[in-house]
Design a protein around this ligand. Structure first.
Ligand SMILES: *Cc1c(COP(=O)(O)O)cnc(C)c1O
Length: 442
């Protein structure tokens, strides 16, 4: 079995080398600093600390309490809120805790973004196949009935007037904003009062945009009427994979706490709580600069692709106000193929992206396996130190592949050369530091 262990190490090293030589444009990914990596490899990863700081169900927690306390304080400072629970182990688990707090556990009604327009599977109703629940966390786990907001394809956003009507008709227990395709701030301010009118609580899933919110460049949901906000800590926030739940409702704090533990968790991945605490310190120091550049780069990449004949949508609104852009690639259907085909093609040139449904795909008969769109994000390339001129270089690689139909093996050589200058992680306290370096302990 020693061979197996060696084999696994070699695969991990190869994976690191692949990313060292690639252009990572997946909108839900980012890269952690050496300080965060070190914390995530600490002895915290072997421990339990059930319960709240100072009221643990386990012994041996005195240092864990100190770090989790710092983590909560930094989260409250960064997000300007009164309650921060940093125990949810992922965004999906944070969402479940929020459903626990805001809905009845069977047949509660929740209003969400339609999934094909950018909503997330963790918001979705239960879908069954041969009697087995296969899809949709909110329906499968919490038994929720799901209703949908109205979406305006031309604005790539929730339609506030039509949705206000739906809220008044449907009278949900909870209205949930946020999603995975997320170009522009959602109308939280416009709709929170309507939600309150029918007695609904308002949730905001900031999995994608948490860093943009913390650094002050997106909307501020907790100030616009959201009762709670959930997040993933590894998308625009460049932290370890983890989650958190935030609120400004003092009267809800006890309930929210219990809805996380004991309702959902036993261990809460303490090593990642330590890593998250360091990430928050990094973002309190560098986030204003980092996230400004993330958004500027997304707009610049959108513009550069558009100028080269690649159909980035929402040109009339400057493409995006976030870290993502969405590309309609249906004009390549005859020559190359759809989203899945293009995803594979550009990966041959070491460019990592993901295919994505366009809001009108389902209506036009396309499917999520091979949809009409791509989603590109700039969080990770920005953390590697790239700026606007590199966004133009990246757009050129796309033109080489999609329009000029150059051999992806040739383009890969250019990508390798380009990537050599971006091997360090920026916006952190260590320097110089090599990105994707494999840490050997033996
Ligand atoms: C990514 C994502 C999640 C899931 O986050 P995990 O941390 O992977 O569990 C939840 N909601 C939305 C909108 C997302 O995009």
């Amino acid at each position: 079995m020693k061979k197996k262990a060696e084999e696994i190490r070699n695969i991990l090293i190869k994976h690191g080398e692949f990313f060292q030589n690639a252009i990572p444009l997946i909108a839900s990914e980012n890269i952690t600093s050496p300080a965060v990596d070190e914390a995530c490899n600490s002895d915290f990863s072997h421990r339990y600390a059930e319960g709240w700081v100072g009221q643990r169900v386990y012994a041996g927690c005195k240092y864990i309490d100190m770090v989790e306390d710092i983590c909560m304080e930094l989260a409250k400072e960064y997000f300007k809120c009164v309650h921060a629970d940093v125990r949810p182990i992922s965004g999906v688990v944070a969402n479940l805790a929020m459903y626990n707090a805001f809905t009845s556990d069977n047949n509660g009604k929740m209003l969400i973004m339609p999934i094909p327009k950018g909503g997330h599977i963790s918001h979705a109703p239960k879908f069954t196949k041969s009697g087995m629940a296969i899809y949709g966390t909110a329906g499968t786990v919490r038994g929720l009935n799901i209703e949908y907001m109205a979406f305006d394809n031309d604005e790539m956003n929730i339609d506030p007037d039509a949705t206000a009507k739906i809220i008044r008709e449907v009278k949900p227990e909870m209205v949930l904003f946020g999603g995975s395709v997320f170009l522009f701030p959602h109308p939280v301010k416009e709709l929170s009062d309507v939600a309150k009118e029918v007695g609904a609580n308002v949730g905001y899933d900031a999995a994608h945009v948490a860093g943009l919110i913390g650094s002050g460049y997106f909307q501020d949901p907790l100030n616009e009427g959201a009762d709670a906000m959930t997040l993933s800590t590894h998308k625009t926030l460049p932290g370890p994979q983890h989650g958190a739940l935030l609120s400004n409702r003092e009267d809800l704090i006890d309930t929210l706490r219990l809805c996380t533990f004991p309702a959902l968790l036993s261990n809460h991945h303490l090593h990642n709580v330590a890593g998250l605490a360091i990430t928050l310190a990094e973002m309190l120091e560098f986030g204003r600069e980092y996230h400004k550049n993330v958004i500027d780069n997304a707009k610049a990449l959108g513009q550069a692709l558009y100028e080269r004949g690649i159909n980035v949508i929402m040109e009339h609104k400057g493409f995006t106000e976030s870290h993502q852009i969405v590309v309609d690639i249906t004009n390549f259907e005859k020559t190359i193929g759809l989203g899945g085909d293009i995803e594979r093609l550009v990966e041959e040139a070491n460019i990592v992206i993901n295919r994505n449904l366009l809001p009108w795909d389902i209506a036009q008969g396309r499917h999520y396996q091979n949809p009409g769109g791509l989603r590109l994000g700039t969080s990770e390339v920005t953390r590697l130190g790239m700026g606007k001129s590199e966004m133009v270089d990246i757009a050129e690689f796309f033109k080489d592949l999609l329009i000029d139909k150059k051999d992806p093996k040739k383009v890969k050589q250019d990508v390798l050369e380009f990537r050599k200058d971006f091997q360090e992680i920026k916006y952190c306290f260590q320097s110089p530091n090599k990105a994707h370096e494999y840490m050997k302990f033996y």
